[in-house]
Design a protein around this ligand. Sequence first.
Ligand code: ATP
Ligand code: MG
Length: 321
Amino acid sequence: MTRLSAITPSGSVQLGNYLGAIRQWAAEGTDEDVYFISDLHAMTTSHNPSRLRALTREQLAVLVATGVDPRSVSVQSDLVRELGALTWVLECTCTYGEAARMIQFKEKSKGRSSVRLSLLTYPVLMAADILLQGAREVPVGDDQRQHVELARALARRFNGTYGEVFAMPKAVVPPTAARVRDLADPTRKMAKSAKDSAGTVFVLDSPDLVRRKVRRAVTDDLGVVRYAPEEQPGVANLLEVLAACARKAPEEVAESVKGYAELKEVTAEAVVEELRPVRERTRELLDDPAELDRVRRHGAERSRERSRHRLDAALRVSGLG
Ligand code: ATP
Ligand code: MG
């Protein structure tokens, strides 16, 4: 059962991406799955070309360094021609009303004087990502559920109008993983594109920087170490991170720690040790362009092979070629 997930090169990989997604892809993924760097999606808001290229490379390196099967890894834009073609056909299947209804579009465009058209149409590109590869399962959080629903609606409509071409995807709940919160503001989730990165631990941060960020994490003045996400979000976040690194439950790790100072020390060391091999391997990969280039080329070939017949059929039945 092909699963498909992506990470957008909108910033450096942060701890939440790693614990919540990439580490799972490495542990549970198979070479049938599709894990890709969605660089096309990163262009829906103002972007810097050389930074986009560098972040794409960095994210590819982190995936491989974490142990995601390199045969399942690819870069979205390596299929830009195929995706562009299918996106057009799907835009001709989608209505303006459907696109404009997307909550994420409303949120991301709110209050902006200039919005790229691609911000409106990007869920159709996401549908193309999913349908082109024949993905059956798309693990997504609540914010992306509506987009997978759109992909289903478009697949159903296209198949019904022109003939059975696309497999029906479905959104699945991602395997229970840590939802890492911002260390400086535990009411927000950690995000790589956050404006202020004081509370964001990046996978490539030096051990000292990781320690400093964890030591400065916001807690509370209750002074008790227990797992109570509602009343003590900061402490609960540290416990969740520690638990994810120790591969235990947050309640369990809470029992072994005395005060906040100790909690921060232990968590900082656990994060440093968890990230150390990934950081070191990522650096090696970034210093060895040939290996990353090879992974990238193979990933592109594989995705292209897997999807060629579907794209050809979609163009043919809709009256093209
Ligand atoms: P952005 O700020 O650009 O949205 P992001 O850090 O939210 O960046 P995404 O590219 O949106 O990252 O998501 C990549 C993957 O990482 C997704 O599977 C997403 O669910 C997961 N993820 C993102 N942030 C966290 C987090 N704080 N905790 C756990 N998982 C996360
Ligand atoms: Mg996000």
